[in-house]
Write a protein that binds this ligand. Structure first.
Ligand code: CTP
Ligand code: MG
Length: 231
């Protein structure tokens, strides 16, 4: 069966505060979007790519897409609307695997991508890359005073990619939209249906470029990853 890669890339990057959306900022001389697509292509050269892009996007260049088989779909108001546009645009089989990956995570590795894919293939509720919380977690009151310490046990950071069978993911996101619940990742929509996505412990350097100082961090991560690739 077919594997689909959905890459939401229709965000404005407001927290970055740059003169263009963050996916077009340069990292090691290439736009972030190009890094992300290249790494997805290295891991899944035969997958079909669906790229969610804003209609007003005048920075995107199709020559940055390494996939033979790809299509562009319009972004929506929220990330979940962009992903739903992608799911509605494709003719997928119910049990096709769909991986959703933020364009803003260019440090994703082939190793994590393959581990995630294996988990998606074997778990009916799908799977997501995640990272156990390392810091002590505080619950603040409205004044910003620490009210208590939350037990850290069993707490994870949700990363991407997140992957599911097409029919489940589509039903989950359509349900969230009908119920007007704003979900910030696919897994929360799937959990709301009573399914249990598998958490796959991923690398700690799968950073989402969000704030201006993340650019230097992402560049350092890429250098370190390349230095550690066996020759
Ligand atoms: N995204 C999208 N459509 C939207 C909003 C976000 O496709 N309507 C994408 C972004 O391009 C990004 C991913 O979803 O790849 C995660 O979103 P986020 O990190 O929040 O990016 P932005 O929304 O661009 O940044 P900000 O929230 O700071 O504006
Ligand atoms: Mg956003």
């Amino acid at each position: 069966s077919q594997t689909w890669l959905v890459v939401p890339a229709a965000g404005q990057g407001r927290r970055m505060g740059a003169d263009k959306p963050k996916q077009y900022l340069r990292l090691a001389d290439q736009p972030i979007l190009l890094h992300t697509l290249a790494r997805l292509h290295d891991a899944f050269p035969d997958a079909r790519l669906v790229l969610c892009l804003d209609d007003d996007d005048h920075w995107f260049a199709p020559q940055w897409v390494p996939f033979n088989d790809w299509q562009r779909v319009p972004g929506g108001c929220e990330r979940m609307d962009s992903v739903l546009n992608a799911l509605h645009a494709i003719e997928a089989q119910d049990d096709d695997i769909v991986l959703v990956h933020d364009v803003a995570r260019p440090c994703i590795t082939a190793c994590d991508l393959h581990a995630l894919y294996q988990a998606v293939a074997t778990h009916p509720g799908g799977a997501l890359l995640a990272m156990p919380v390392a810091d002590t977690m505080k619950r603040a009151d409205a004044q910003g005073l620490s009210a208590r310490t939350e037990p850290r046990d069993g707490l994870w950071h949700a990363l991407t990619p997140q992957g599911f069978r097409y029919a489940l993911l589509r039903r989950a996101l359509e349900t969230a939209r009908h119920q007007n619940t704003l979900v910030t990742d696919e897994a929360s929509a799937v959990e709301a249906l009573g399914e249990r996505p598998q958490l796959v412990s991923g690398r700690r350097d799968n950073l989402k470029v969000t704030h201006p100082d993340d650019l230097a961090l992402a560049a350092a991560i890429m250098t370190a990853q390349i230095d550690h690739t066996p020759a």
